[in-house]
Every structure is written in C-alpha cells, then in structure tokens.
Design a protein around this ligand. Structure first.
Ligand SMILES: Cc1ncc(COP(=O)(O)O)c(C=O)c1O
Length: 439
C-alpha cells in the first residue's frame, strides 16, 4: 500500500459504510437493479447512470424534486446532466407536448414547429443554417463529418478528456466503442503544445472540436487565450473550428461562444433545447451547411426518422420562446455563479482540500490539494473516493446528484433549495472532516 492509499484507508472505510447504509435504505431500487441485470449488461443502458453499489431507480419527478422507488424524495441537483434545465413538470412545456400529441404523434412530414424552433435556435446561437438530430452525439458526428467533407481532409483534433458523445470519447487510452476517426489528441488549455500539433498535422486536419467548458472532465472552462489561439490557427490552416455547445449553450443567451467572443465555423447543441425530450443538432456557416441542401445534385445526405419529431420540436420551441428567454438565462447563470461562490466559501472555511470549478448554472467539486484545477490532468489527480462519499452522503441528506461531483441547477430551484444544498454541504464537510483532511 503506498502512502496515498494508506492515507485513504479511512476514506475507503467511510465509503464502504456509506454504501452499506445506502443499500439497506433502498431495497426496492436494489430489486429493480437486479431485474435489470438479467437483461442489460450490468443492469445498465447508459453508462453514466451506474454507481456502486447500485443506482437509485427514480420513479417520478416534479418541479426540481425526484422520488425514488423506495419513496424517498430528493432535491434534484443532478439535473439530467444539464438536459433537465426546465425541471420535471414545467406547465408551458407540458402543454406544448400535449398539444403536439393532439396533432398526432409521428406525422411523417415536415411540420411547422420545426421551422419555428430552427429559426429561434439559429438566431439565438448565431448559425446561418442548422439541422436537427436525435442526440448531441449525432450532432457532433454530423458536424465532424461535414468538416471532413467540406475540407476533404480526414483527421480531426480533439482534447484528451473531452466528451462529445457515447462513441466520441476523447482519451489517450482510446475507447473500443468509439467511431474510428483518425484523432490527433491535444491537451486542453495547452497553447504551445496544441499549436505545435496543429502545425504538424495542418494538411490533414479537417477540424478541431472541443467543449468551451469541458463538462464530463470536471466543468473545466477553456482559457480565453486558448480559444482565441484555436480560432486563429484553424482559420490560418483552413480547418474548421467546431464548438460542442451541447452543455454550454445554456450558460449565456448565445452560449459559451458569446461569453468568450469566439465564433466557431460549426457548433453542436442538444440537451435542454429539446425541452427535456430526445434532441440534438448542428449548424453554422451557410457555405458549409448548404451542402446538405437536398435540392443540390451533389447534396450530402443526412437522415434520421425522428430528427424533427413534433413532440420534441413543440417542447423545445415552447421552452426557448416562453421560458428560457435571454433575460431568464442571464439571471439563472448569475445565480449559479453566486451559488458556486457560496459553496466555495463554505469549503474554504472548512480548511479541507477542495476546489470547485464551473461556469454559471453548472459546477463540479474536486477533492484535491492543487490550488487550481484547469485541465483534465489536474482533475484526474483529485480523489475520487471523496466524490463517492459526497454523493452517498448528500443522497442521505436528501440531495440527488452525480457521482462525479457535478451539480446542475434547474429553473424551478429557488432560495429554499440553494439554502438546503449549502446546509447539506456544510454538514457533510463538518461530519467528514476527519477523513477528507487526509486526502
Ligand atoms: C459536451 C457533450 N457533448 C455531447 C454529448 C452527447 O449528447 P447526447 O447524450 O445527447 O448524445 C454530451 C452528453 O453528455 C456532452 O456532455
């Protein structure tokens, strides 16, 4: 046992004890999980939803609360990994879905709502043209393929630790289920190293794709100078800059690109923009996107049975036009910045080794002795047992959250929920100080 692991011994024991407590309290979720294991590998059809000893089965949700199968109610700070921005029962969205149902579920034709949503989304995020898909993953696949077709180059640049969908994990070790792109992997927020790699592969690179704030890697915002460099270098070498705004589009009325003042050639989007239903898309400059125009003889094909299904289109349009207006978006993310500062202040007062990163309404806690966490390498040095314990203990305190330490706000949340989270966070740090200070 090395020094690090022996120091973690008490923390490990605390996690095991918390898992035991969790298992005892959640017999029905365990039963449902065991049934799932008979038909799905590891009882799971979406990797991120698994955590040990077994995930809660969520039976229902209302506002910003969820209830599990055993009848426990939680404040939902998981927020469907940012797709749950509107909460579980926004009346405007519910009404739009019911009206959509009344028009018929699958119409097999162009519908009016897709045009309304496309017009609104294009204007809000500054795209000349866009197309819808069923998921953010598909949006990214199409954006990458468009870049490859447009530039007639095959390689793409991604960033170690980046995530662009289930088949688009950017990591050094590779992923056996990734699409087989020829990926040049660079380091996030590393200006000289990335610039050198772009120059080295300049003739072959179709695009550089990145999240303006890495989500899955730990809510790590890009440095402004890093994005500026990428914009300049991609232009200089005739490759496209693709911003994956699947998560970050919610951070400002015009997304992270508005915050940074960096305009991509193409962007992808998804999550909450579909009002909580399956959704994704991509878009950008007309000179690239118009290659998808089916009136052209040489048009690039892009299909998808449910691309503009009118339930998603209706929910998305209602949400964006009536609920998540630019004013609401600004106020919501300002509240998120305040909330993050409040949680940071509580952590600082505790004296424990903690860094919280993020932007606006989404943030991640890192248990680390580093003074700042700027890159996936920094984040990976954090203590994952601390995150395990945080999630298990917060759930015992009535807070539903991710195991990776990420929390996401939703619109129905108010002072009651922020105060409750802050109190639970303070209680957790105080109760677990003896194991966390050994990290
Ligand atoms: C940054 C980013 N891009 C793309 C995706 C993929 O979106 P979807 O899960 O809708 O395919 C995700 C999902 O978490 C994401 O976080």
């Amino acid at each position: 046992m090395n020094l690090q692991s022996s120091r973690n011994y008490d923390l490990q024991a605390a996690v095991l004890e918390a898992e035991q407590r969790f298992a005892t309290a959640n017999a029905k979720s365990r039963g449902n999980y065991e049934a799932a294991c008979a038909v799905m590998p590891g009882g799971n059809t979406r990797t991120v939803l698994f955590y040990a000893p077994f995930p809660l089965t969520i039976a229902r949700g209302e506002g910003c609360y969820v209830t599990d199968l055993d009848g426990h109610s939680y404040m939902d700070f998981l927020g469907e990994y940012t797709a749950g921005l509107y909460g579980h029962s926004n009346p405007v969205i519910k009404k739009a879905i019911v009206e959509g149902l009344d028009r018929g579920i699958v119409l097999g034709g162009q519908n009016e709502t897709e045009v309304k949503l496309a017009t609104l989304v294009a204007k809000r995020w500054g795209m000349d043209r866009l197309r819808f898909t069923n998921s953010g993953t598909e949006g990214n696949l199409l954006a990458i393929n468009a870049a490859r077709a447009y530039t007639k180059r095959s390689k793409i640049m991604g960033f170690d630790g980046g995530y662009h969908g289930g088949v688009l994990s950017m990591r050094d070790s590779g992923s056996p289920t990734n699409v087989p792109y020829d990926i040049v992997l660079a380091k996030y927020n590393d200006i000289p190293g990335t610039k050198a790699l772009i120059e080295k592969h300049a003739k072959d690179l179709a695009c550089v794709i990145l999240e303006p704030m890495m989500g899955g890697a730990g809510c790590l915002p890009a440095d402004k100078a890093f994005l500026d460099m990428l914009r300049a270098e991609t232009t200089k070498h005739g490759m496209l800059l693709v911003l994956d705004e699947v998560v970050t589009s919610r951070l400002a009325p015009g997304g992270a690109q508005e915050i940074y003042g960096v305009k991509p050639d193409l962007m992808s989007f998804g999550k909450y923009i579909g009002g909580g239903l399956s959704f994704g898309g991509f878009g950008g400059k007309a000179e690239i996107m118009d290659n998808f125009d089916p009136r052209r003889k040489d048009a690039w094909p892009h299909a998808g049975t449910f691309n503009q299904n009118q339930l998603t289109m209706s929910a998305g349009y209602a949400g964006l036009s009536q609920v998540y207006t630019p004013e609401v978006c600004r106020a919501f993310n300002a509240k998120g910045d305040q909330f993050r500062a409040r949680l940071q202040a509580i952590a600082k007062k505790s004296g424990l080794p903690i860094v919280i990163t993020g932007m606006g309404s989404t943030q991640t806690v890192h248990f680390t002795r580093l003074s700042e966490v700027r890159t996936p390498d920094d984040a990976a040095k954090g203590n994952s047992l601390g995150k395990d314990l945080l999630q298990l203990d917060m759930m015992a305190r009535g807070i539903y959250m991710t195991r990776r330490g990420m929390i996401n706000m939703s619109l129905p949340m108010g002072d009651k929920e922020f105060d409750a989270y802050a109190k639970a966070w303070e209680g957790f740090l105080s109760d677990r100080a003896n194991v966390l200070d050994k990290i």
